[in-house]
Design a protein around this ligand. Structure first.
Ligand SMILES: [Cu+2]
Length: 281
């Protein structure tokens, strides 16, 4: 064949292959861009995909995005209702952890979201399972799968007994990317009602005294204590960080009557509160 016949054929082939690709791409919405896959759980005709920023579960606050795929059509289900139950198997008992409901992610078609706060794990990441219950077109499904929860390097969550004989779980949520600045600090506070139920604790106060133990235990100016925000059920305050490094966030938990339930002031004699979180940047 002469060149003048080959060239048009090559152009036609290129043109059609390009347009076919474009058509396919426009049908697949990728709404998990920038997120990493943690795990997929196959359950018969459906597959559940779990995502977050790191692609792994860690102790502390985990913001999770989920997708539910119909395996028979390879499309993502947009009208499901989902709930979850994380469970840790201990030698003598099992318990769950603080968790949100699962809701459709705002402005997304195929993504659902929620959070889990793992208060502990085994050193090898074992111990936890996750049960997902979901309904699609009035059909109900359930699946339970083993998951790995790794120990986060700093104390970003703590579980403790208050002077009111109540067990609490407290978790640092923000700042996610701390800077030398006044950072917004956001904490979740939950009561361990029993092994399975962890309701939000409302209207307490969490006092904040950040210190750098490696540098004479100095503090920082313009911190504010955390107060409860009933719009989203978290606690907010100002966290002042004046330099990079390791900070110990000394806390005191006070109920609505200002009774101290846990923690002490940092003084000359007492270099840290027994209620604290850690942060390094
Ligand atoms: Cu446990």
């Amino acid at each position: 064949m002469k060149l003048k016949y080959i060239l048009p054929i090559a152009f036609i082939t290129l043109f059609f292959s390009c347009s076919t690709d474009d058509d396919n791409n426009s049908k697949v919405i990728n709404e998990v861009e920038g997120l990493e896959l943690i795990q997929t759980i196959v359950n018969g005709d459906q597959t559940i995909e779990l995502y977050n920023e790191k692609g792994m579960f860690e102790t502390g606050y985990n913001n999770i995005s989920l997708r539910l795929k119909d395996n028979t059509t390879a499309t993502y289900i947009e009208n499901a209702t989902l709930s979850w139950m994380p469970m840790m198997q201990m030698p003598t008992m099992q318990h769950s952890c603080p968790r949100s409901a699962i809701t459709k992610a705002l402005g997304k078609e195929t993504v659902y979201e929620g959070f889990l706060i793992y208060q502990m794990t085994n050193t090898d990441g074992s111990g936890w399972s996750l049960t997902l219950d979901y309904t699609v077109n009035e059909m109900s499904y359930s699946v339970t799968e083993t998951i790995n929860v790794m120990q986060y390097e700093n104390q970003n969550t703590t579980s403790f007994m208050g002077s009111d004989d109540t067990r609490y779980i407290l978790a640092l949520i923000e700042p996610k990317n701390p800077g030398i600045a006044i950072n917004d600090i956001k904490i979740g506070l939950y009561k361990m009602q029993n092994m399975m139920m962890f309701p939000v604790v409302e209207d307490y106060t969490i006092t904040l005294d950040p210190r750098m133990p490696g540098m004479g235990n100095h503090s920082s100016p313009n911190n504010t204590d955390l107060t409860f925000n009933n719009a989203d059920n978290f606690y907010y305050g100002d966290l002042s960080l004046t330099m990079t490094g390791y900070w110990k966030l000394n806390l005191k938990l006070m109920n609505a009557n200002d009774d101290v339930l846990k923690g002490e002031d940092v003084t000359e004699e007492n270099d840290s509160s027994n209620l604290y979180l850690e942060l390094e940047f």
